[in-house]
Design a protein around this ligand. Structure first.
Ligand code: ADP
Length: 490
């Protein structure tokens, strides 16, 4: 029994005795030895006093005592073990996503030879944010980074910092950083960092805020050159508190997407390594549009089990077809597209890619599900440049509407962005008819952009069709590919 529980019981027993005594005096049964009864009363009042103090302490404990109590009573601190693992994953185990690996190679070198960078006074990022849907290999990449550099890997899930008791999360963050620093060079990986780093908004949550503040303090409190790299993973970068994204914190962001056709083939290869497989991997990759790396890994596993159960000596394509639906059912809300949906997406993205190319809106690659138009980092942007962006954003809708004679909901994000840009143009930058434009002018700008895009679409149709074919096949197009395809036309 804890000290506080004892206090409560002590107090309650005291109250009970006093009540009994009062009842005794009133009913006349206790009018004998007054001295003895007075003594009893003094002892009881004293006991009551102690009990009351202890009760108060329990109701309003000090943070430290609360923490100690958490540790003693529930043992949750015991569950929070900060122990690094030695990763034996290397970049070879991570298939596809070559651009992501390229971005990380510099960090591997830095972790291997921090002194070299220190001597030159080079500052490397302290924090890297891996952004992408679940199962695309964010954890795997972070582990590979640790494996390649040969440094300890501290894994924590964001949710393990979020506790009921104020101060516990912050303490855990502090402990994690101090251990990682003691073993530098090292990598801290915080999965689902949005659990701590969600934008604070109007709803106050003291515990989460204290934890987030501690994370910010820790990140500010060391130099990149100390050799600790913090990698955060999230699916929802837009939900993160801006403070986390400021320079010197998670200022480098790397987007990891669902794998395209070629990448799916490579991931299947990695997971089939050493297994007896006979068949064409491209066929399997083609029927798994929208599968993440994790879903592909579990597909390979299910197909192997299935083949074994059938008493086969080899895993064949047919085994993959047999278990595909099972894997799909097991995954919540997996993005898979029907043939028609894939055609719509491919045409949508192809139209955007060609019109962006034509208008000089910069990008490296555009995939079936994502584009990476470069954020403008110029101080001054012209009306023409903003118009080009708006037209690029409307190009998908224009193209699909022309080709399929129908409007589809997949355009909503681009339309929203186009509208936001038009609003800024008219209402903030004063680029309309008058300095302070209204909603009518915003619509007018959007209508103009739409008409202009339609003209661009008509004049680029042959190129769009070629890009569409490639997009349908590879699910991705690079800017250089567009140039090559254009050269083929002329
Ligand atoms: P995330 O952290 O993005 O949710 P994980 O890294 O946990 O994804 O991926 C889960 C598993 O899926 C990995 O352990 C691996 O088996 C498989 N996987 C995911 N992406 C890849 C990839 N690019 N290459 C090989 N395997 C992958």
């Amino acid at each position: 029994m804890s000290k506080n529980n004892g206090g409560i019981i002590f107090g309650l027993v005291g109250i009970l005795i006093v009540l009994l005594l009062i009842a005794g005096f009133k009913s006349g049964t206790l009018n004998g030895n007054m001295i003895v009864s007075q003594l009893i009363a003094v002892v009881i009042i004293f006991a009551l006093f102690i009990g009351f103090i202890l009760l108060l302490k329990r109701i309003a404990p000090q943070p430290n005592q609360q923490q100690i109590q958490v540790e003693m009573n529930t043992g949750i601190e015991k569950d929070f073990i900060i122990r690094p693992i030695t990763s034996n994953v290397t970049f070879k185990d991570v298939a596809g996503i070559n651009e992501v690996k390229e971005e990380l190679i510099e960090i591997v070198d830095f972790l291997k030879n921090p002194q070299k960078y220190r001597d030159f006074g080079i500052k490397l990022p302290k924090g890297v944010l891996l952004v992408g849907p679940p199962g695309v290999g964010k954890t795997l990449i972070a582990k590979a980074l640790a494996g390649e550099a040969g440094v300890p890997f501290f894994y924590q899930s964001g949710s393990s910092f979020v506790q009921m008791y104020v101060g516990v999360g912050a303490k855990r963050v502090r402990d994690l950083f101090s251990k990682a620093k003691a073993q530098a060079p090292s990598i801290i990986f915080i999965d689902e960092i949005d659990a701590i780093g969600k934008a604070r908004g109007n709803l106050r949550n003291d515990e989460r805020e204290a934890t987030l503040n501690q994370l910010l303090t820790e990140m500010d409190g060391f130099e990149g050159s100390e050799g600790v790299i913090v990698i955060g993973a999230t699916n929802k970068v837009e939900l993160l508190d801006e403070a986390l994204l400021r320079p010197g914190r998670f200022d480098r962001r790397i987007f990891v997407e669902l794998p395209n056709l070629q990448e799916r083939i490579e991931i299947l290869k990695v997971h089939l390594k050493g297994k007896p497989f006979k068949g064409n991997l491209e066929n399997i990759a083609k029927m798994t549009v929208g599968f993440s790396g994790a879903a592909l890994a579990s597909l390979v596993n299910e197909a192997s089990i299935y083949a074994l159960k059938q008493g086969k000596r080899y895993i064949e394509e047919s085994d993959f077809y047999a278990v595909k639906d099972k894997v799909l059912m097991g995954k919540k809300k997996l993005n898979t597209y029907s043939t028609k949906e894939k055609e719509i997406l491919s045409y949508y993205q192809a139209s955007k890619a060609v019109i962006a190319y034509w208008l000089g809106v910069d990008f490296e690659r555009i995939s079936l599900v994502k584009d990476d138009f470069k954020e403008e980092d110029k101080e001054i942007i012209s009306k023409t440049e903003i118009m080009s962006k708006i037209e690029t954003l409307l190009a998908g809708r224009v193209g699909v509407e022309e080709k399929f004679n129908e409007k589809y909901s997949n355009a909503h994000k681009d339309i929203k962005k186009a509208r936001e840009l038009a609003m800024k143009m008219i209402k903030e930058y004063g680029m309309g008819e008058s300095l302070v434009g209204d909603d009518r002018e915003v619509s007018k700008i959007l209508d103009e952009a739409y008409k202009e895009t339609k003209i661009l679409y008509d004049s680029n149709l042959p190129l769009i069709n070629k890009v569409y074919e490639k997009m349908l096949k590879d699910e991705v197009i690079h800017k250089e590919d567009i140039k090559k395809l254009q050269d083929e036309i002329f």
